[in-house]
Design a protein around this ligand. Sequence first.
Ligand SMILES: NC(=O)c1ccc[n+]([C@@H]2O[C@H](COP(=O)([O-])OP(=O)(O)OC[C@H]3O[C@@H](n4cnc5c(N)ncnc54)[C@H](O)[C@@H]3O)[C@@H](O)[C@H]2O)c1
Length: 301
Amino acid sequence: MALLENRVALVTGAGRGIGAAVAQGLAAEGACVVVNDLGASLEGAGVECGPAREVADGIVKAGGTAIADDTDITDFDAVEAMIDRATAEFGRLDIVINVAGILRDGMIFKMTEDMWDAVINVHLKGTFNTARHASVHWRENRGGQYRLINFVSGSGVYGAPSQPNYAAAKLGIVGLTYSCANALRGYGVTSNCIAPVATTRMTEALGNRGTFDYSPGNEKLSPKNVVPPVLYLASSRSDWLNRRIIAAGNGRISLYTNYDEQVAVEAETENSVWTNEAAFEAMECSFKEAKEPPNAFDPKP
Ligand SMILES: NC(=O)c1ccc[n+]([C@@H]2O[C@H](COP(=O)([O-])OP(=O)(O)OC[C@H]3O[C@@H](n4cnc5c(N)ncnc54)[C@H](O)[C@@H]3O)[C@@H](O)[C@H]2O)c1
């Protein structure tokens, strides 16, 4: 039996790039796939229903099962209708994978309100919308092996200087994912993040100038290299894996640490209330010694 036989998946942003590769990978493993994509430009403008349909048609031609959907994931009510359509069409919904995304880059001192809102809307609100409506279905049908898989980014983990909106949205998605992991595990849901790296229209303009060589010929950065850990998370083998970030791409699959207290100091007064100077001294004494976490955006020596 194929890995994902009898499982139904919804993938947002599946008309291009990594989402398309994920949808094709799911279908090749036997899943029925709802291929969602608004057909937006990289900056989030415009609508064309071609990309979702092309990917869904390609899956069907290859012998798989898929339907195309061009819902704008920022629309709360429309996303509810999309989830209803998925369950009506296939009788169930096991896997939701939030891949859709846009970019409106700019330094914080140049960022407009529109740039901020557009990116927060697609990434953070879009992920909330699908998780919110799918969770109702999972709660009503508790006891499955349901999967919420949300795409995040090293941009948020490390703090990309020219992407304050995108970094905030992606780290917001981490918090949302952790919350869902704790809230929904009783209903049979696991909730995890994927932090990908791949050559797509989002990154190809960078060429080989940055940390990675995004030239189209570099197979290590093919979106296909992001797919195996997503399939693993989507499968029933991954029950044990919850509330984690997995990075994928460039030939690597890695597990990130989760946030936790690193070092603590305690007030030693009778009522445990710090004086300012005692707190300052204790913080400097203990926190300066703590190991600095890696920062991908440190200036190069
Ligand atoms: N490519 C990378 O190296 C990289 C790195 C870190 C994170 N990511 C994340 O991975 C995901 C996929 O990125 P990609 O590189 O494949 O990008 P991409 O631009 O190739 O694909 C994104 C897709 O999302 C769709 N989309 C945008 N707004 C939408 C909306 N409102 N409703 C429905 N669909 C919408 C677009 O039409 C597009 O087809 C994104 O969440 C991105 O932030 C990518």
